[in-house]
Ligand binder design. Structure first.
Ligand SMILES: *Cc1c(COP(=O)(O)O)cnc(C)c1O
Length: 437
């Protein structure tokens, strides 16, 4: 009798195939990467670094890790790389641990305006607890307010400035961040978790000439296994020749034990894939699809934060239908076979749990081989869902709202309008494998 887990995995695979995944941080790995992730490499302990491990038997693992490091160095044009972080969040903490003392100041983009929890979000996070945190925001046009970044930097003298985000539809101006960092002698850290694949393909500016240190997850547009990498730039190494060693020491013994070797191998393969012409075409298509999706949504009467996108993602601003409707619309989209996530909008009048936006992106559907015609169809479905379900307004009272949403979620699965779209989605997705490259 196979374990129950296998049955559940089969169900998950069916879900991924039949539905349309628009979560901009998700992707699908190649069959080669899937293969190494399920390999014997996960049986091995390898605390330490190549040729100086605390465990015996790492003759082969050393070669794999060195291969991953060499490939990532070449791909980005950087002199020092660490591929051991378990994921993006511990990688960011490792950078802070390497460069800061407890109580030093971090400066990052506000969570509600597209920043990440690990960029100093106050109170509930490690980065906002062990360090002082100052958060900058965006202007009315949803673009980063560099006047504010500069004023806050001059006032608070942060030790590190973080340039990076999770829900920001525009290209990042790393040069401006550098100029401000230089005025106060701060480290500039670029967190390119979302856009690393676009950066490699030349579809997003590279932070390498400007940042001291770069962090990226490996599983978003980079299309590798779940993990992360830390890159030290030529500039960072010039400022502190020991920066690479400090990052290594922050990972182990600072924060982690044994690296996940199957992931390391997956990163090596992802880096090789990212260097191919096919990956360049892939990244170009992500952008074309994002533009097509944005235009089509606007044509359907929906509003987007910042009026469009320059990257792989966009945030639908549902404020025109009412405040805090993101949760409801995201539930309903999922019931209609299109999954995304609720998200705050920069002018948020709701709350993080009941925000007024839905964040969507094109990396995953582009991996499946979908193009502009499919984006236009998806936009029609999303608009249909949004208009259909926002006719019911959210109760203002907290308790009533919870009860309402619970009932809404149940009824959404039986809603004839949503069920009809779900069937149409299933017909469409049948023509698109999970990995088409
Ligand atoms: C996804 C992301 C992270 C965190 O990555 P996890 O692997 O989920 O821990 C950090 N920073 C940014 C900007 C991200 O988008």
């Amino acid at each position: 009798m196979p374990d129950q887990v296998f049955k559940l995995i089969t169900q998950e695979e069916k879900r991924q195939k039949e539905k349309i995944g628009l979560i901009p941080s998700e992707n699908v790995v190649s069959p080669e990467i899937s293969k190494v992730l399920a390999s014997c490499l996960s049986n091995k302990y390898s605390e330490g670094y190549a040729n100086r491990r605390y465990y015996e038997g790492n003759q082969i693992v050393d070669q794999i890790e060195l291969l991953a490091i060499e490939r990532v160095k070449k791909l980005f044009g950087v002199p020092y790389v660490n591929v051991q972080p378990y994921s993006g969040s511990p990688a960011n903490l490792a950078i802070y641990f390497a460069l800061l003392q407890p109580g030093d100041t971090i400066m990052g983009l506000k969570l509600s305006m597209g920043g990440h929890l690990t960029h100093g979000h106050p109170k509930v996070t490690a980065s906002g607890t062990f360090y002082q945190s100052v958060q900058y925001g965006v202007k009315a046009d949803a673009r980063i307010d560099f006047d504010e970044v500069e004023a806050l930097a001059l006032k608070h003298k942060p030790k590190i400035i973080v340039a990076g985000n999770t829900a920001y539809p525009f290209l990042l101006d790393f040069k401006k961040f550098r100029q401000i960092a230089d005025k106060v002698g701060a480290w500039l850290m670029a967190d390119i978790s979302h856009v690393a694949g676009l950066v490699v393909a030349g579809e997003h500016p590279s932070p390498v000439p400007y940042a001291d240190v770069i962090m990226s997850t490996t599983h978003k547009t980079f299309r590798g296994p779940r993990g992360a990498m830390i890159l030290v730039t030529p500039r960072g190494l010039k400022r502190d020749p020991d920066l690479g060693k400090k990052i290594d020491a922050a990972i182990i013994p600072g924060l982690q034990g044994g690296p996940h070797n199957a992931t390391t191998a997956g990163i090596a393969i992802a880096a090789a894939e990212a260097a191919t012409p096919a990956f360049k075409r892939y990244a170009k298509q992500i952008r074309k699809n994002a533009d097509a999706l944005a235009k089509a949504l606007q044509k359907q009467g929906l509003q987007l934060v910042g009026d469009g996108t320059e990257t792989h993602l966009m945030v639908i601003d549902l404020t025109q239908f009412g405040i805090g409707l993101g949760t409801q619309v995201a539930y309903a989209m999922d019931a209609a076979g299109i999954y995304a996530n609720r998200n705050t909008v920069p002018t948020e009048q709701g709350s993080p749990f009941y925000p007024s936006g839905v964040r969507i992106g094109t990396p995953l559907v582009t991996t499946r081989g979908m193009k502009e015609p499919q984006m236009r169809q998806i936009a029609k479905w999303i608009a249909q869902v949004a208009k259909h379900v926002t006719a019911q307004q959210l109760p203002k009272d907290r308790k009533e709202r919870t009860v309402f949403l619970k009932a809404f979620r149940k009824s959404a699965d039986k809603d004839p309008v949503l069920l009809k779209i779900k069937r149409e989605v299933k017909t469409m997705t049948a023509n698109f494998p999970l990995f088409a490259w």
